[in-house]
Write a protein that binds this ligand. Structure first.
Ligand SMILES: Cc1cn([C@H]2C[C@H](O)[C@@H](COP(=O)(O)OP(=O)(O)O[C@H]3O[C@@H](C)[C@H](O)[C@@H](O)[C@H]3O)O2)c(=O)[nH]c1=O
Length: 397
């Protein structure tokens, strides 16, 4: 966090969201999406504090990476610098992913305690249901742990109202799709081409899959957003480095490197593709709303700590599939996350394709009907319940 002059804001908003960007785009991706939805759909005044504006600008390219304070989509976006003097806390304070609130802000909270929520990372593991919403006393205040999730006893998933209707209008709209291709500097591919988006961390399966795709009988177009996997992509084609705009062809495989696009455009990209490779947290959720088959590269942690989280998701995701198809998806998803072994499974995966395609739609409907609901709506309800309760340490209590 850089030190900058303090931003003096006299009238506090109703919600403050704090985001400490650790690496990648998931933290700011989730916080920005939530902030936008709270402001746009719930009419709340929202202030988003982010310590790395450059990452924010990648997701929202019209933003200014130098501005200490700016308005974006109805959200007051503030650069979270070291100095916090003069900042009055909001009524609801969201601490993104356990980030440490500034000391002066914490002190100011004690005068008139807000609803204080620590928004946790998404996990499909069952222990989440027991921990979701639990209070924890801190400095004579209460901090609540809020867990997004896939089942009713959790905080649910970020889902903007109207997203699925926009998706359903976009998918059959030839004009909208061709405008999208055009915005990427491309022409729409032949209709018999299988289109795949590849957003992942470094992954040893990339050469394996490229080999299979290039040597197969199906025409493949692989769209790779700029990011960590590019060196591997370039190397497979014998190139020193790839960048947005790079295009490679070998056999039946064409690879096109895309610029990093806004979150809204990224949704459209997922809707346009037949299969999406996604990673982390937010793109993984968006791929499920896209209702297309997807392969998830979970954020790898030390000592394989991420593996139970991966297995928990696979268990839930595959529950609606037949035993054989579920095993296939499990083995491919595990191989993808192990970094080897995906290539030999590809033909089998393609053999189950019509069922996997149908399953992606069923899974999306299942999440909408029997999942945990909308994370933003749940947070709004939760904070209102806390405010309405007689908790003595809350503002006005
Ligand atoms: C490829 C692409 C992604 N995006 C967005 C979608 C998401 O909001 C964001 C990517 O975030 P994720 O999918 O979550 O993957 P990530 O790998 O970038 O973020 C990760 O960061 C780690 C620190 C966390 O622990 C992980 O849980 C995870 O969140 O970027 C675009 O807006 N445009 C693009 O072109």
């Amino acid at each position: 966090m850089s030190s900058q002059p303090a931003i003096i804001i006299t009238s506090p908003p109703s919600w403050d969201i704090f985001c400490n960007v650790i690496d990648n785009y998931g933290d700011i991706g989730v916080c920005w999406r939530l902030a936008r939805q709270l402001a746009g759909e719930y009419g709340l005044s929202v202030r988003l504090w982010v310590d790395d504006l450059a990452s924010f600008v990648r997701l929202h390219p019209s933003a200014d990476a130098q501005a200490a304070l700016q308005w974006c989509c109805g959200v007051q976006v503030c650069h979270w610098s070291q100095s916090f003097a003069g900042v009055q806390p909001a009524t609801v304070v969201i601490e993104g992913f356990g980030c440490q609130l500034p000391a002066s802000y914490l002190q100011a909270m004690e005068t008139s305690p807000p609803v204080w929520i620590n928004l946790e990372y998404l996990s499909a593991e069952s222990w989440v249901e027991g921990c979701h919403g639990l209070p924890s006393p801190v400095r004579a205040m209460i901090r609540y742990f809020y867990f997004p999730g896939f089942v009713p006893a959790t905080g649910g998933l970020l889902l903007e109202s109207g997203l699925l209707a926009r998706r359903d209008a976009f998918c059959p709209d030839v004009g909208a799709k061709s405008r999208f291709w055009h915005s990427l500097g491309m022409l729409a591919p032949d209709p018999d081409t299988m289109i795949v988006s590849l957003f992942c961390y470094e992954n040893g399966n990339v050469p394996e899959l490229f080999e299979v795709w290039a040597g197969g009988t199906q025409r493949m177009l692989c769209l790779v957003p700029e990011g960590r996997v590019l060196p591997q992509v370039a190397a497979w084609f014998g190139d020193a480095a790839a960048a947005a705009g790079s295009r490679y062809v070998r056999g039946m495989l064409e690879v096109q490197v895309l610029p990093f696009v806004s979150q809204q455009q990224y949704d459209q990209l997922l809707w346009l593709c037949d299969l999406n490779f996604v990673r982390g947290e937010d793109s993984m959720v968006r791929a499920q709303w896209a209702a297309k088959p997807m392969l998830w590269h979970i954020y790898p942690q030390q000592d394989m700590a991420h593996w139970p989280k991966l297995e928990a998701f696979i268990d839930r995701y595959c529950a609606l599939l037949s035993h054989d198809d579920a095993m296939l998806v499990r083995h491919l998803m595990e191989a993808w996350n192990r970094g080897c072994g995906a290539g030999p499974l590809w033909q089998q995966y393609m053999g189950a394709w019509p069922r996997l395609h149908a399953h992606a739609g069923q899974w999306c409907s299942h999440l909408c009907e029997d999942g945990g609901g909308s994370l933003a709506a749940n947070l709004v309800d939760f904070s209102r319940q806390i405010m309405d309760s007689a908790a003595p340490n809350l503002r006005g209590g």
